[in-house]
Design a protein around this ligand. Structure first.
Ligand code: HPA
Length: 250
């Protein structure tokens, strides 16, 4: 049976709904340790692995996450597809707090991260095909679930994810630039995770929860309290989508 890895982002550091079978503690890979223990379990008959990207205490900054170890560890435990959950800022007007997006494209603005397995050391130099950064079959399955499920807010069937370095939020000018580039949403962890999944040949898609309008998209400044409030409600939606996804796959 297939094993889906869920990589939880900000606001999804635990998944208590999982029927836990095993906790893989301190998994070690040739490229170091993942962000935290990996929970193996089952949801509606579907086998799952759960890893909180920032660690369960949300202490690992976006640029310090060992993305390579995270994905390698999940693969070593049998993950054959991956669903990333990401909290993002919304750039377009339909991207209001609580909105969910299943992006279809990425622009990478990050720097200084270990972003490839094909570095000539871990694996020989190679050039991953990345025209379509997300797996279309997985994306369509998520979209199907989203379209029949009652959500507190709407969802988008696609979108361009701008991956920024963080941990600070962006300036208004930076968001204008991202908007001119065609970005619909902005987050700090979409890359290099997506490309590493591609290099490992693992189908990967992302469920993005808009937790704030990006800088300059409202008159108000972004507050962490506001983000927290949207996160706690929005992640309930995300978890029920994941539950429905498992019912359909399990
Ligand atoms: N920018 C970048 N990352 C984010 C944001 C944002 O506005 N909100 C949540 N993650």
């Amino acid at each position: 049976m297939s094993i889906i890895a869920i990589i939880g982002g900000t606001g999804l550091t635990e998944f208590p709904e999982l029927n836990i079978k095993k906790i893989h503690k301190q998994v070690d890979t040739t490229l170091g340790k993942p962000s935290d223990d990996i929970v193996e379990g089952e949801l509606h008959g579907q086998r799952l692995l759960f890893l909180p990207r920032h660690g369960k205490n949300h202490a690992v900054a976006p640029h310090k996450i060992n993305y390579r170890a995270n994905l390698l560890a999940l693969q070593s435990l049998g993950a054959d597809s991956m669903i990333a959950v990401n909290a993002v800022g919304g750039i377009h007007c339909d991207a209001i707090a609580g909105h969910i997006s299943v992006p279809h494209q990425i622009i990478d603005y990050t720097h200084g991260r270990e972003h490839t397995y094909f570095d000539g050391e871990f694996r020989p130099l190679d050039h991953a095909e990345f025209s379509h950064p997300y797996d279309e079959t997985l994306r369509q399955k998520l979209i199907k679930v989203l379209s029949v499920h009652t959500l507190n807010h709407g969802f988008s069937r696609g979108g361009v994810y701008g991956a920024t370095q963080g941990p600070r939020l962006e300036t208004i000018a930076e968001i204008k630039r991202l908007e001119n580039d065609g970005c619909d949403i902005v987050g700090m962890t979409g890359m290099p995770e997506a490309v590493l999944a591609r290099e490992l040949n693992i189908p990967y898609a992302s469920l993005c929860l808009v937790v704030n309008p990006a800088a300059g998209k409202t008159d108000a400044l972004i507050t962490i309290d506001e983000i927290r409030c949207v996160l706690s409600r929005g992640m309930l939606d995300i978890k029920s989508i994941l539950g429905e996804f498992c019912k359909a796959s399990g």
